[in-house]
Design a protein around this ligand. Structure first.
Ligand SMILES: CCCCCCCCCCC/C=C/C(=O)SCCNC(=O)CCNC(=O)[C@H](O)C(C)(C)COP(=O)(O)OP(=O)(O)OC[C@H]1O[C@@H](n2cnc3c(N)ncnc32)[C@H](O)[C@@H]1OP(=O)(O)O
Ligand SMILES: NC(=O)C1=CN([C@@H]2O[C@H](COP(=O)(O)OP(=O)(O)OC[C@H]3O[C@@H](n4cnc5c(N)ncnc54)[C@H](OP(=O)(O)O)[C@@H]3O)[C@@H](O)[C@H]2O)C=CC1
Length: 293
């Protein structure tokens, strides 16, 4: 099987730390953003960058100490960050938080980032397991968006739904998650049509493999050692900073005509074998059954 390596001229620490901050300072000054899943990984990086660009950011997540950590990470001299603890699947609570946070400020950017799944092939997913993943990755997104609409409509805001590379093609072990995310993609395109006259834009950003600090070590090393070389043609994971910069770009005036789109930030993973179609998952000898791939 072919494995993928990064371009030799673009490897090592120089590439890892390359500054992808290309947007103008204070680009988002005076704006209000709501970000779900703000306490870790991609969501945390998005919050830090939006505040750096001058936005007031409201973060939502379940884990209070994680949200507090995001509050400590954001700089204070530009925008600001405040947070609310909630499970996004609790419709009443999340609706109340969004209206409390946005009554005065309105919303210029909503990032539906809270999400996740467990890896299991379809015959190992119970009805309740399927429902839990769909509740988190689809139903909660609808609730948040529908509550936020009135506030987004005030000045014509932007919605970014964080999706998953492979959403249009399928990936082994992710039937529940990709079913939910395909639903979000369909909702994205539909709302882009229905709400264009309100100035509301709706897009999906789909990262490939993102190895953030929040992943357990064993999962992170499996992703780095197996999933990336075997399924990402660019041969590297997607840095959280790349996702954060693009979220800010879409929210900026330069993104004003971008709506109803899916952008996969994944080093061409969606064009290859499939992000998760590695020969073994979990990557241990006993789980490999070649006849099924
Ligand atoms: C650690 C993440 C591994 C993902 C591996 C994917 C491989 C690709 C990696 C590259 C792309 C990565 C994308 C990412 O999204 S990274 C995000 C990282 N974090 C997560 O994804 C973790 C998020 N998961 C969760 O929060 C929970 O699993 C979830 C919300 C999905 C469910 O939690 P909840 O508390 O609602 O549910 P319960 O624990 O009560 O369980 C509900 C039912 O689901 C069944 N279940 C749970 N885990 C498994 C499992 N591993 N296999 C099979 N079934 C599972 C559980 O048994 C319940 O069903 P029953 O009542 O019928 O028993
Ligand atoms: N890492 C990757 O390779 C990829 C990730 N993605 C997606 O990007 C998004 C962010 O993932 P990533 O940063 O990597 O992973 P994390 O697990 O770090 O982020 C998920 C965030 O969502 C929050 N969250 C989860 N469930 C709930 C809930 N029920 N209510 C409120 N908040 C919740 C978590 O916070 P808390 O537990 O405190 O509630 C956490 O902050 C997810 O949707 C993920 O599926 C997409 C492609 C690839």
């Amino acid at each position: 099987m072919r494995t993928y390596r990064p371009h030799p001229q673009q490897s090592g620490r120089a590439w890892e730390v390359a500054d992808v901050k290309v947007l103008q300072p204070l680009l988002l000054a005076g704006t209000h953003a709501v970000v779900t899943g703000a306490g870790s990984g991609i969501g945390q990086e998005i919050c830090v960058r939006l505040v750096e660009l001058g936005a007031t950011v409201t973060g939502i997540g379940r884990n209070e100490s994680a949200l507090q950590r995001t509050a400590e990470l954001v700089g204070s001299e530009q925008g600001s960050f405040r947070w609310f603890s909630a499970d996004v699947r609790d419709c009443a609570q999340v609706r109340s938080i969004i209206s409390e946070a946005s009554a005065e400020l309105g919303i210029d950017l909503l990032v539906n980032n809270a999400g996740g799944q467990f890896y299991a092939e379809a015959d190992q997913i119970s009805d309740n397991g399927f429902r839990a993943v769909v509740d988190l990755n689809l139903n909660a997104v609808f609730t948040v968006i529908s509550e936020a609409k009135q506030f987004l409509a005030r000045r014509g805001g932007s919605i970014v739904n964080i999706s998953l590379s492979g959403v249009e093609r399928g990936s082994v072990g992710l039937a529940h998650s990709l079913a939910a995310r395909a639903g979000v993609l369909a909702m994205t395109k539909t709302l882009a049509l229905e709400w264009a006259h309100l100035g509301i834009r709706v897009n999906c950003l789909a990262p490939g493999v993102v190895i953030s600090d929040s992943l357990p070590d064993d999962i992170a090393s499996s992703l780095r050692d197996h999933v990336v070389p075997e399924s990402v043609p660019a041969g590297r994971p997607t840095p959280t900073a790349d996702v954060a910069e693009f979220v800010a770009f879409i929210a900026s005036p330069a993104g004003r005509m971008i709506t109803g789109q899916l952008l996969q930030i994944d080093g061409a993973a969606h064009l290859g074998r499939g992000l998760h179609m590695v020969d073994e998952w979990p990557p241990a000898e006993e789980s490999c059954d070649e006849s099924r791939r």
